[in-house]
Every structure is written in structure tokens, then in C-alpha cells.
Design a protein around this ligand. Structure first.
Ligand code: SF4
Length: 213
């Protein structure tokens, strides 16, 4: 039966690119689940796999085996998660490939720890299946390039992200996102989500801070 203790012992499987699983990933996961007797594997809304309900000592052992660093993701110099739709590679509506950007963003090194969680949504066309407007960093493919929005949130106080730029290539989008996140981490107070940060500073200050105006 699920208990509070079960609820506490969870962590995401690292190294999965935006919910895409290879045969090797599946074999590795099956092996871990068998050896550590994981009670439940959960596919989350963020396209991640969570191992849930492990005994604390098994959880510690598994984290060591998978080389998962201690500390919350937002206390490290990288984003919390990257969610991406199948994009042009796998979806007939897709106008741009999503998986390369998803990988590059999840591995992106920043100038320091982020103030709080940063969630990224990448949608391969304007149907926006990854709800890019509602993510801290949103990318949506349009005919002439990526539309980049910042400061979206889907939680208790929902917010639509501000349009930072559009018509971007993959490299331009990566460059601008890195500048934006570095501006955010040097300017925002600790534990301030990007939505609240953007309400305070405004889009013009952000654009100025990253050299767009
Ligand atoms: S956003 Fe577009 S490309 Fe991506 S899954 Fe939805 S319809 Fe397909």
C-alpha cells in the first residue's frame, strides 16, 4: 500500500532525452527495477520516469549507481527539466526538429545556480502540445523559426510567458536562452520563479539585459 514514506522516496531516472526511450534505456530501466525491487515506475507529465516507493537505503544505493548528484536541480547550474513534443521527425504537423534542442538545453551549463526551478517546453508547431506559453522557457516552431517566450507558469498563479524573440534558428535560440537564464540567475532573488521575476522587471528590462535592445 502507498504510504507517506513511499511518497518521500522518489527520484527521476536521469539521462532520458525529453521522454524518448531507446531499447537500451528500456533494458536498463527493467534491470534497475528488478534489482532494486522498485514498487512503481511513474511516467510524469514532464515526460520523465520516476522510481517511486523505494526503501531509503535502496534509493541511496541506486542514486549512487546512477551517479545522481545531491541537491535539488534548481540549486545546480542547469534547468529542472526539458519537455519536447515529437516534432518534425515523428509528427506530420511538425515544422521543426525538437530532439536536438531538447538535448542541448538539458545539458546547457549556466554561469551559476538558478534561483528556482526552470521548466522548458518545446513544441514542434503552433499547436503547442508542450504548452510552451506556460513554461519558464517556451519554444514553439513557426514557419520562419523558433518563437522564444520567457516567464510562463502553469501553477497556482498561471502566467503566459513574454515574447522575447521569434524567427530564431536553433543556434540563435540556444544563445538567447542561455543569455536569458544567466540574466535571470544574476538578477532574480533566490526562490523567485521566472513568472514572478518577469512581473517585477518587465520584458524591456530583460531585452536590455540580454542585448536585444
Ligand atoms: S506541437 Fe505540433 S509537432 Fe508537436 S506533437 Fe503537437 S502537433 Fe505535433
Amino acid at each position: 500500500m502507498p504510504t507517506q514514506e513511499n511518497h518521500k522516496t522518489y527520484f527521476p531516472m536521469p539521462g532520458i532525452n525529453a521522454g524518448m526511450l531507446t531499447l537500451e534505456d528500456l533494458e536498463h530501466i527493467t534491470d534497475l527495477v528488478r534489482r532494486y525491487e522498485v514498487p512503481m515506475v511513474k511516467v510524469t507529465g514532464a515526460q520523465r520516469l520516476y522510481f517511486q516507493g523505494l526503501a531509503p537505503e535502496k534509493r541511496a544505493e541506486m542514486m549512487q549507481e546512477l551517479e545522481i548528484p545531491a541537491g535539488l536541480p534548481h540549486t545546480r547550474s542547469r534547468v529542472h527539466y526539458v519537455q519536447a513534443c515529437p516534432g518534425k521527425t515523428w509528427c506530420k504537423f511538425g515544422t521543426k526538429v525538437t530532439e536536438n534542442l531538447a538535448k542541448a538545453l538539458s545539458e546547457m551549463k549556466l554561469d551559476g545556480p538558478l534561483p528556482y526551478k526552470v521548466k522548458i517546453g518545446i513544441s514542434g508547431c503552433k499547436m503547442c502540445c508542450c504548452e510552451s506559453w506556460m513554461r519558464d522557457v517556451g519554444l514553439t516552431a513557426e514557419k520562419r523559426g523558433w518563437r522564444f517566450t520567457f516567464g510562463g507558469n502553469a501553477a497556482g498563479r498561471p502566467r503566459i510567458g513574454d515574447l522575447v524573440a521569434d524567427g530564431l534558428s536553433d543556434d540563435e535560440a540556444l544563445d538567447l536562452i542561455k543569455k536569458t537564464l544567466n540574466f535571470y540567475l544574476t538578477t532574480a532573488k533566490y526562490k523567485t520563479r521566472s513568472a514572478r521575476f518577469m512581473e517585477r522587471v518587465g520584458i524591456d528590462a530583460l531585452k536590455k539585459g540580454i542585448g536585444l535592445i
